[in-house]
Ligand binder design. Structure first.
Ligand code: FES
Length: 105
C-alpha cells in the first residue's frame, strides 16, 4: 500500500492510497482528484497530469526522461525540477507518504 497526499487544483488536500503496479496519475484518477484530466491516458503526450512534487520528495520521484522533459518544456506551469507528469511516476513502496500539488491547467 502506497499512501499519497494530493493538493488538488482547489487547494484541497486529499490523502489516498493504492497498491499494485500503478502510476501516480492512475491513483489520482481512481480517487477523483480534481485537476488530473490525463487526456492521453498515460502516453506522455498531453501534460494534463502535471503535478508539482513536494521538494522533500524530488530525490525519490527521480528526474523526467527525455520524452517527459520535452512535454514539460511545452507547458507553462512548470516549477523547476519539482514539476513532473503524474503518469510517468510509478508508485513504489519508496514513495509511501508522497505529497504532490496538482498544477493549474
Ligand atoms: S496523462 Fe497525458 S501526459 Fe500524463
Amino acid at each position: 500500500m502506497v499512501r499519497v497526499t494530493f493538493v488538488d487544483v482547489h487547494g484541497v488536500e486529499q490523502a489516498v492510497a493504492g497498491e499494485g503496479d500503478l502510476s501516480l496519475m492512475e491513483l489520482a484518477k481512481a480517487n477523483g482528484i480534481d485537476g488530473i484530466a490525463a487526456d492521453c491516458g498515460g502516453a506522455c503526450s498531453c501534460a494534463t497530469c502535471l503535478v508539482h512534487v513536494d521538494p522533500a520528495w524530488v530525490d525519490r520521484t527521480g528526474a523526467p526522461d527525455d520524452v517527459e522533459y520535452a512535454m514539460l518544456d511545452m507547458v507553462s506551469d512548470v516549477a523547476g525540477d519539482t514539476s513532473r507528469l503524474a503518469c510517468q511516476i510509478r508508485l513504489t513502496p519508496a514513495l509511501d507518504g508522497l505529497r504532490v500539488v496538482v498544477a493549474q491547467q
